[in-house]
Design a protein around this ligand. Structure first.
Ligand SMILES: [Zn+2]
Length: 322
């Protein structure tokens, strides 16, 4: 399964399908939304949609020669410029768009130019690009993306239709992860929570098996007393320490929820209900509040680059069962 197949925003592609059906597509669109939300993938899906050769397909078929060429990045009429989140887009990078915009499509119904992260256009490239926007060609569609709309030239923004892509709700993302990946509901629910509804982030967490890792962190540093060497190795790895702190905070949150008897669907670590139930019995509400406060403070110290070994051991005295 390639990334572009699953990461696009279905609602937005549907919207394009309706516009395209009524022949009401504009010349240029700007997809605005947070990092890793699937803006580029949505643009690729729209390119498939406007060129799909299967008249029966709801949006696009993903099987016809056009869809296959787009999927593999080999379609001569679909130009994708993606230089990442921080690299400048120079005039020579967009030369292909500037030149090809005037030509008729070679194979496609519509040429599609996808330009990602346009906040990184150099002023020279942005001005050259404006010309393309001012001379719309009926055979071409421009799809631009940005995560920082305020950094873009007003002149570019005002010539594009803005399409806002927001995070999915945690429930929507859970459903999507269950449907598209070989993952159980508890795992999907946890990842959706940790990724804050962002599909791209959830996919990255999945790729590095974060669901399995969080359970190791719970087993080794919340439920059991770790030995000195383990504490040392945890603290030596900044990313792992941060993740442990975040897992610990989400664990404390669940413990409160369970102790208060709130409905099960709100539990983040739904796969660990049994352990949560046992854990919460060891503490009063007051003790839990104090423990939670200590973890919050420790996380703040960590973010301020302070050494958290001592606070960790002090909190551990309450956290770890003897
Ligand atoms: Zn197709």
């Amino acid at each position: 399964m390639t990334t572009t197949e699953t990461c696009y925003n279905n609602d937005i592609v549907q919207r394009f399908a309706r516009l395209s059906g009524k022949e009401r597509l504009a010349h240029a669109y700007l997809f605005v939304g947070p990092y890793d939300i699937g803006k580029g993938e949505t643009a690729v899906a729209v390119a498939k949609l406007v060129n799909c050769e299967d008249p029966q397909a709801n949006m696009f078929c993903d099987r016809c020669p056009s869809c296959i060429k787009i999927k593999s990045g080999n379609h001569p009429d679909i130009v994708l410029i993606d230089k990442g989140y921080s690299e400048s887009i120079k005039i020579e990078d967009i030369r292909g768009i500037l030149d090809q915009n005037r030509l008729r499509p070679y194979l496609a119904r519509k040429k599609v130019f996808i330009l990602r992260n346009i906040e990184n256009l150099t002023p020279e490239a942005a001005n050259a690009f404006l010309k393309t926007l001012e001379e719309p060609s009926p055979d071409s569609l421009l799809l631009l993306t940005t995560s920082v709309p305020e950094k873009n030239l007003d002149t570019i923004r005002s010539r594009c239709h803005a399409i806002y892509i927001s995070s999915a709700s945690s429930g929507q993302l859970t459903d999507l992860l269950c449907k598209e990946y070989d993952i159980d509901r508890n795992g999907a629910h946890f990842l959706a929570y940790f990724a804050e509804g962002c599909l791209g982030t959830a996919r990255k967490l999945m790729a590095r098996k974060f669901f399995e890792q969080k359970n190791e962190l719970i087993d080794d540093f919340i439920l059991r007393r770790p030995d000195d060497a383990s504490v040392k190795s945890l603290l030596a790895d900044k990313m792992r320490t941060r993740e442990w702190l975040d897992v610990c905070l989400s664990w404390m949150r669940d413990v409160f929820v369970i102790k208060a008897g709130v409905a099960d669907h709100r539990i983040i670590h739904a796969d660990r209900q049994q352990d949560l139930a046992v854990f919460q019995k060891r503490f009063s509400f007051q003790e839990l509040a104090a423990l939670n406060q200590s973890v919050v403070k420790m996380r703040q110290m960590f973010m301020d680059n302070l050494n958290i070994k001592i606070p960790l051991l002090i909190i551990g005295e309450q956290l770890w069962e003897n």
